[in-house]
Design a protein around this ligand. Structure first.
Ligand code: ARG
Length: 460
């Protein structure tokens, strides 16, 4: 028998090339549980509208729950002739219910179904994603706490700039992931709108109740515009953007881990279980997780770009192009859920090397800014202070010594305003403690951040 959902006005079946092109079960089967949830809600509103009898509703819901169990167990799967998830599930329902199975299609279309399914899929998995992001935040908070008082070279242009607490830098990553969680929460507010009831595009002439369906499916409300209901993929694009930015954040963290674990930096060591070896070089311990984090950021950005490009120029309402929305969305979700636990494990087990970090912190004349700011406090204009401090650096570079090794005569020789008092700012601890305004790297500000971010992570 013909299980196609649209055979009525067609003479022959689709050509094999069309069927192959059109087919989406190989990826949209992912949506089956959500499509079934929609079907249950839809059956109830059909019943309330008097379009299914009590007995029909009971049999319908019974068959739907059987089918759900079979889908979950993998005993009901799409067959070659099923075009998409909707067609496969209607076939399954009709196999159980005969003609009654065909009643469920009244008042809905694959257009509002698919739009609803994708929202349900994303809202469901975004909850897991937020959980993974919180775990990563906790891992980074733990690392920051373990090495809370360790100074490190703060860098700009990957050159030594000014000392910071390594915890301050680690917490900068936590702020980024906390914003990602906030972004997903905000995304959910706009995504919690149900397209069910939009039908093909114009709504339904049957007395259905879109708000009841919305409520049953956990949405805040039903769509206010049926054309928008079936056309809007903003939620998919916004998700892909949020995923791309998470990917970029993971990539930047990954790049730091790659650098920190190199022999040249020597700041950190990877735990054996979170590093890989080489098939030829016995000594190798490679940061593959960090590199995959960096590498996968490309596909997240690609998924966003592909989706936006597909959407651009589509006339309202539904167009078949929209079938192309699913793979980028699924890929971004799947890859993030694969990547995040690995990055979390890597960061949770990372060992930092405080002696190396501390020793490197003042290197590269990283306290030169402190000299300039000390001069400013003595009344010297910053422009001159910058030059005097620069002259100190150039003198030391020439003499092969550090700033704090200059004797009184050498200081005075560089500039008479460089009195011995300047040595008071030539320590890493002093430089850290002095940066005590909001946002600074002073130990007490970093301690506050730790507490604040831990509170935030708990709320996630
Ligand atoms: N497989 C389709 C999609 O993913 C479902 C909707 C099909 N609607 C249609 N009129 N062909 O978008």
């Amino acid at each position: 028998s013909d299980t196609r959902l649209w055979g009525g006005r067609f003479g022959g079946g689709p050509s094999p090339a069309l069927a192959a092109l059109s087919k989406s079960t190989q990826f949209d089967w992912e949506l089956a549980p959500f499509d079934l949830a929609g079907s249950r809600a839809h059956a109830r509103v059909l019943h309330r509208a008097g379009l299914l009898t009590d007995d029909e509703l009971t049999r319908m819901l019974g068959a739907l729950s059987e089918l759900s169990a079979e889908v979950a167990a993998g005993t009901f799967v799409p067959v070659e002739s099923d075009e998409d998830v909707h067609e496969a599930l209607e076939r399954g329902l009709s196999e159980k219910l005969g003609a009654l199975g065909g009643k469920l299609r009244a008042g809905r279309s694959r257009n509002d179904q698919i739009a609803t399914d994708l929202r349900l899929y994303l809202r469901h998995h975004v909850r897991a994603l937020v959980g993974e992001l919180s775990s990563l935040e906790y891992a980074l908070l733990g690392l920051a706490q373990r090495y809370q008082d360790v100074a490190a070279p703060g860098m700009t242009h990957l050159q030594h700039a000014q000392p910071v607490l390594i915890a301050h830098q680690l917490l900068a990553h936590v702020h980024a992931f906390a914003r990602d969680v906030d972004r997903l929460r905000d995304w959910d507010r706009r995504t919690a709108v149900s397209p069910y009831g939009s039908g093909a595009l114009a709504g339904s002439s049957l007395p259905l109740d879109p708000d009841a369906v919305a409520a049953e499916l956990g949405f805040d409300r039903a769509s206010d515009n049926s054309v928008d209901g079936v056309s809007d993929r903003d939620f998919a694009a916004e998700f892909c953007f949020a995923a791309a930015l998470i990917g970029v954040h993971l990539s930047r963290l990954g790049e730091e881990v790659v650098l920190w674990t190199s022999t040249e930096f020597g700041w950190a060591r990877l735990d054996d279980s979170w590093a890989t070896g080489s098939s030829i070089m016995p000594q190798k311990k490679n940061p593959d997780i960090a590199e995959l984090a960096r590498g996968k950021s490309g596909r997240f950005v690609g998924n966003l770009t592909g989706l936006l490009t597909m959407l651009k120029g589509l006339p309202l309402a539904y167009d078949r192009d929209l079938q192309e929305d699913k793979e980028p969305v699924f890929d971004s979700m799947e890859q993030l859920l694969l990547l995040l636990p690995a990055v979390t494990g890597m960061m949770a087990t990372l060992t930092l090397r405080p002696e190396i970090l501390e020793a490197a912190a003042p290197q590269g004349f990283a306290l030169a800014t402190d000299v300039a700011e000390w001069l400013v406090r003595q009344g010297v204009p910053f422009r001159s202070a910058h030059e005097i401090s620069g002259a100190m650096v150039s003198f030391c570079e020439e003499a092969g010594i550090e700033l704090d090794e200059l004797d009184d005569d050498q200081l005075a020789g560089i500039d008479e305003r460089l009195t011995p008092g300047v040595r008071s700012v030539l320590t890493v601890r002093g430089a850290l403690a002095a940066r005590s305004a909001r946002g600074g790297t002073a130990p007490e500000r970093v301690a506050e951040q730790l507490t604040g971010l831990a509170d935030l992570a708990r709320q996630h």
